[in-house]
Design a binder for this molecule. Structure first.
Ligand code: SF4
Length: 678
């Protein structure tokens, strides 16, 4: 029996995997004890990787549409014909309407393939490239950069005296992280969870704070107000390493806890309790997607980082610090993305750019949808593993837009609702089916070898697909002979080849405490920019700001809708598997007992959730959530019959303004809603 070391790439946790193989047969899969990320554990989604890979509904061959779009008629074709067809349609659109009429879209971040897709867009000449970044993670990256000039990570393993999980539930979405948190708790770490839902993380917390959805920034500004008013800040760090403390002090004057309480639902006493733990440092805050889908997504992240900075928790053991990266290619740098191939004035005209800060480099998804409907641009879409009909706001409008495109090519694993709209479908591979360098987007200090253990049908990796398509498009000079030439290029600075990396297994950067004492912060001032002159120069709020009156309320829709991503799925994936559906067969919507009783809703019955945008059904779960908050599961469709509008939360959300000023993020949390029995 042979053992192959690889890595699970289903979610960003990057758990190490050992695959046991007998000749060509995989006979077992288990966690890799040598993995620094997962230390021998493998979690349910990773453990179901073989079931996922061998599922009867996998797309195994390239296919072209037969009959009307969206009706499910397909004909098997060769890779050659598929890539030729895509090349011809992209080339035709470019010749007739310009390269920007071809849009490059993708779903959840994967690492290397994402950057290669951007490289394809740039080499092709289209700046209309986008991802889920407007809703997830990318606002965080921008806020870190604006504040510190670099990304920082909580120092879980030191561990912190107090750890705050703000809008994140690692017990469901980052299981290896949750194990580290449990270990930290064993060593005495106090845990604060800020979440309207009593998650598994909240159940083990020393303090659970429940703000209303989208009001987090007001809560955070009140915490900052109290830190300053009570003199709980680190005066020497503030003096030496921050810019704009005086302005911050004046700015938060109006955010007394009693002023924000009517909006947040968090009392001054709870803020005092928060400070009681948080100021017993070292403290670290792990932020999550729960605070990323509001109009204040960027400003909220800035507020958190300001709090962490003024309390002296930056670069401190047990606080939040920087990690040095392995010497891999600078993945987001212009030399690798080739972004400079597109002239600045063309890039500035990408779709939705006028709604984005200068540092946001993507095209804005809801603006793309509108441009398609207006007939003002996109003709052809290349979609790399993205289920836009579940993940973009206003699914019905997105559906209408996809229907108007002249040509759509999608690479994916299953016939998702979005794939059903394609003209050409390319079979993508699961992580067990190809060699690669896994560079998890959330942990840039880590890279793991990914090794092919089997071949299923004619499935290929996204890297292979993009590279081959680029060559067919005549962009050979910007791409690679094959994937291995690319991998060697990525590893060149480390002085190793991919074949050597197979034996090495992984590369891990180093934690860098007090990094700023050597070189300052990588901001223009060299300090933590509490007040950001750059943001001010862009006409954006230079201090974290929120207007309470902008929090939405609607007498006809008196409840507030938010969402969560249920274990054991990954976004809209894994609904096909018997094992996951046995654990979680139906879409759920969580409501508090008092609201349920007042509306006569019983636990387990199907109910209708309505907003001004639409209605969707889910099974009621009477649960411990913030009063008058409705928490619906994200990503639900039913592969067994293709249903995707009935239970889909994005039928309830709007793609209309207002959007976050910096990142174009629409309001997906705190949407006024109502519920009724069916
Ligand atoms: S947490 Fe689960 S899905 Fe994520 S990498 Fe680990 S095993 Fe894979």
């Amino acid at each position: 029996m042979e053992t192959v070391r690889t890595v699970c790439t289903i979610c960003p946790s990057a758990c190490g995997v050992l695959v046991r193989r007998q000749k060509a047969d995989i006979v077992g899969i288990e966690g890799d004890p040598e993995s620094p990320m997962s230390k021998g554990f493998l979690f349910p989604k990773g453990l179901s990787a073989i079931e996922y890979m061998r599922h009867k509904d996998r797309i195994l061959y390239p296919m072209k549409r037969k009959g009307e779009r969206g009706k499910g008629g397909w004909e098997r074709i060769s890779w050659e014909e598929a890539l030729e067809t895509v090349t011809e349609r992209m080339g035709k659109a470019k010749a007739l309407c310009g390269p920007q009429s071809v849009i490059m879209l993708r779903g959840a971040a994967k690492g290397l393939p994402d950057i290669l897709l951007s490289r394809l867009g740039n080499a092709f000449g289209s700046p209309n490239i986008t991802s889920m970044g407007f809703l997830c993670f990318v606002p965080r990256v921008y806020a870190y950069n604006a504040t510190f000039g670099c990304f920082l990570y909580p120092d879980y393993d030191y561990p912190p005296a107090t750890l705050v999980l703000w809008g994140v539930n690692p017990s469901e979405t980052f299981p290896p992280l949750f194990r580290r948190i449990l270990k930290a708790k064993e060593k005495g770490t106090k845990l604060i969870v800020v979440d309207p839902r009593r998650t598994e993380s909240a159940q083990i917390a020393d303090l659970w704070i429940r703000p209303r959805p989208s009001s987090d920034i007001l809560l955070c500004l009140s915490v900052i107000h109290e830190v300053i008013r009570r003199g709980l800040y680190d005066a020497s760090f503030v003096e030496r390493w921050t810019l704009g403390f005086d302005r911050l002090e004046r700015h938060v004057e109006g955010f007394q806890p009693q002023v924000t309480e009517p909006y947040t639902g968090v009392s001054p006493e709870e803020i005092t309790a928060f400070l009681g733990f948080y100021t017993q440092g070292p403290s670290a805050i792990q932020e999550g997607n729960g605070i990323e889908q509001s109009l204040y997504t960027f400003q909220m992240q800035r507020a958190l980082y300001v709090l962490e900075a003024i309390t002296g928790n930056i670069g401190r053991p047990g606080g939040k610090t920087r990690w040095g990266n392995p010497k891999l290619v600078e993945r987001y740098g212009p030399l690798f993305t080739l972004q400079d191939l597109i002239p600045r004035e063309v890039r500035e005209r990408r779709i939705g750019a006028e709604r984005l800060a200068p540092f946001a480099h993507y095209a804005l998804p809801q603006a793309i949808v509108q441009a398609i409907l207006d007939g003002s641009g996109p003709k052809v879409a290349f979609i790399m593993g993205g289920n836009l009909l579940l993940s973009w706001p206003d699914s019905k409008r997105t559906l209408e837009a996809l229907g108007r495109l002249e040509f759509i090519c999608v690479s994916d694993l299953f016939l998702t609702p979005t794939v059903m709209m394609a003209d050409i479908v390319l079979p993508a591979a699961t992580f067990l089916e190809f060699d690669s360098i896994h560079m998890p987007p959330d942990f840039t200090y880590f890279a793991h070898v990914q090794q092919k253990v089997c071949q299923v049908g004619e499935a290929r990796s996204d890297v292979w697909i993009v590279n081959e398509l680029a060559k067919k498009l005549g962009l050979k000079e910007y791409f690679f002979k094959d994937e291995y030439e690319l991998y060697d290029e990525v590893l060149k600075e480390e002085g190793i080849t991919f074949e050597e990396f197979r034996r090495i297994g992984f590369l891990l950067g180093r934690k860098e405490y007090r990094f700023y004492e050597r070189e300052g912060f990588r901001t223009k001032s060299g300090k933590v920019e509490l007040w950001s002159p750059d943001l001010e120069s862009y006409g954006l709020d230079p201090l974290p700001k929120a207007d309470p009156s902008s929090l939405q309320s609607d007498p006809s829709y008196p409840l507030l809708l938010t969402s969560y991503k249920p274990y054991p799925f990954r976004h809209s994936n894994f609904r096909q598997l018997d094992s996951t559906r046995m654990l979680h067969p139906y879409p759920l919507v969580l409501i508090d007992g008092k609201t349920a009783a007042s509306l006569g809703v019983k636990d387990g019955e199907w109910i209708l959730v309505e907003t001004r945008k639409g209605a969707a059904r889910a099974k009621a779960k009477v649960d411990d959530v913030k009063e008058r908050v409705v928490v619906m599961e994200h990503g639900w469709w039913l592969p067994e019959d293709g249903t995707f509008l009935d239970h889909n939360i994005n039928v309830l959300t709007s793609a209309d303004p207002p959007f976050a000023r910096e990142t174009g993020t629409p309001l997906l949390r705190g949407v006024p809603c109502r519920i009724r029995r069916l």
